[in-house]
Design a protein around this ligand. Structure first.
Ligand code: NAG
Ligand code: NAG
Ligand code: NAG
Ligand code: NAG
Ligand code: NAG
Length: 373
């Protein structure tokens, strides 16, 4: 029942197809030409059956042409302006700005304003097609291409770095330099940023959601993006429409450098996020690793020193006991021994503290010489 209602409601909405925009293309493709040159504008768009007429506008005013081709056989300054066209079932096209110049050398571009990922062709063109060679192409005043003979160059996939003012220079009878042409590349979506749902460091066993966040700009509003997630060189998820990736139960092995990629459906524009370091700590240790190492190292050293000291003391006492036993047999020597022992008493006092760890039995033995006195 619900499904049926939904279908009935959906049909009329789906039936209303948004009219498409007409599109102007130039032949040859340059948006700027020299005076007296030939240029043709073509309009493409859906037509009403039985009516092939096309409307043309220059600077918003309709012009007397109704064919889909608008030819300018010898361009004059008066042909400069903003052109639009419209066909029977189309919306008016985006404007195309055509400029007519009088100059020795002209830098021609296939487009002045376009979105990233589109190609851009530039041409260093001389008045009356005169021969120029050793051409230099400049972007923002810096040369980026030297071309001995070929006057054209194409950037297949433009990106934001191709924004700027272009000009060229070429050798004829002497070196000619063109005027500058501004080229604007519009961004479709921002460079993604990878974020994690919880703050760092993470506890083992937690659920972590990684998000590949990007902003779609007006030009790319109806763009479908695909997201990929990586940990180091390992692919975690490849080209999914979801901009999120979940680590259900984080393990210590999940610690590492993560990054993501956003790509358009046609694969023309790919943007990579900066790396994000994920740290997952074990359940037991809440202290940093270096602290643990230092702690266990100190305990080890203390234990080692203690052991060495105790062994030394133990041996020393053993030796003394043996000697005491021998001399106790001869009473003649007793006094001598006692004086010796007196001297040693200081040492004994000193080691007593360390001796505590020794058997109490040993202390009894040690006291024997005194008891016998
Ligand atoms: C429309 O153009 C087609 C060819 O593109 C032509 O065959 C047809 O006769 C044209 N119709 C009218 C009404 O001009
Ligand atoms: C350009 O248009 C103006 C009038 O708007 C006219 O006086 C002039 O002669 C035209 N120039 C050319 C080259 O057609
Ligand atoms: C159209 O407008 C531009 C300025 O935007 C101007 O330079 C040009 O002469 C205009 N063309 C016509 C035919 O009025
Ligand atoms: C833009 O494209 C050029 C090649 O045309 C490439 O060398 C450069 O790395 C790209 N820049 C970015 C930010 O993608
Ligand atoms: C895309 O991601 C969703 C949600 O993370 C997941 O359910 C789905 O299986 C993924 N699809 C592919 C083709 O990986």
């Amino acid at each position: 029942m619900w499904l049926l209602t939904a279908l009935l409601l959906w049909v009329p909405v789906g039936g209303q197809v948004e009219p498409t925009k007409a599109v102007i293309t130039l032949q040859p493709p340059w948006v700027s030409v020299l005076q007296d040159e030939k240029v043709t504008l073509l309009c493409e768009g859906p037509q009403q059956s039985g009516d092939n007429s096309t409307q043309w506008f220059l600077n918003g005013t309709a012009i007397q042409t109704s064919t889909s081709r608008y030819s300018i056989t010898a361009a004059s300054i008066n042909d400069s302006g903003e052109y639009r066209c419209q066909t029977g079932l189309s919306m008016p096209s985006d404007p195309v700005q055509l400029d007519i110049h009088r100059d020795w050398l002209l830098l021609q571009a296939s487009s002045r304003v376009f979105t990233e990922g589109k190609p851009l062709t530039l041409r260093c063109h001389a008045w009356k097609n005169k021969l120029v060679y050793n051409m230099l192409f400049y972007q923002n005043g810096k040369t980026f291409k030297f071309s001995p003979w070929n006057s054209e160059l194409t950037i297949q996939k433009t990106n934001m770095s191709h924004n700027g003012i272009y000009h060229c220079s070429g050798m004829g009878r002497h070196r000619y330099t063109s005027a500058g042409v501004s080229v604007t590349v519009k961004e479709l979506f921002s460079v993604p940023v990878l974020t994690a749902s919880s703050s760092f460091p993470l506890r083992e066993g937690k659920l972590v959601t990684l998000s590949c966040e990007t902003k779609l700009l007006p030009e790319g509003a109806d763009l479908q993006l695909y997201f990929s997630f990586y940990m180091g060189s390992k692919t975690l998820s490849d080209r999914n429409t979801s901009s999120e990736y979940q680590i259900l139960t984080a393990r210590r092995e999940d610690s590492g450098l993560y990054w993501c990629e956003a790509i358009t459906e046609d694969g023309n524009i790919l943007k990579r996020s900066p790396e994000l370091e994920l740290q997952v700590l074990g359940l037991q240790s809440s202290t940093p690793v270096w602290f643990n190492i230092l702690f266990y190292l100190s305990v080890g050293v203390i234990f080692l020193v203690n052991t060495v000291l105790c062994i030394t003391i133990h041996k020393e006492l053993q030796r003394k006991k043996k000697w005491n036993l021998e001399i106790s047999l001869t009473s003649d020597y007793r006094k001598k021994v006692n004086s010796y022992l007196q001297k040693d008493r200081n040492l004994e006092e000193e080691v007593k503290c360390l001796e505590q760890e020794e058997q109490p039995q040993e202390r009894v033995h040690q006291k024997n010489p005194e008891g016998e006195q």
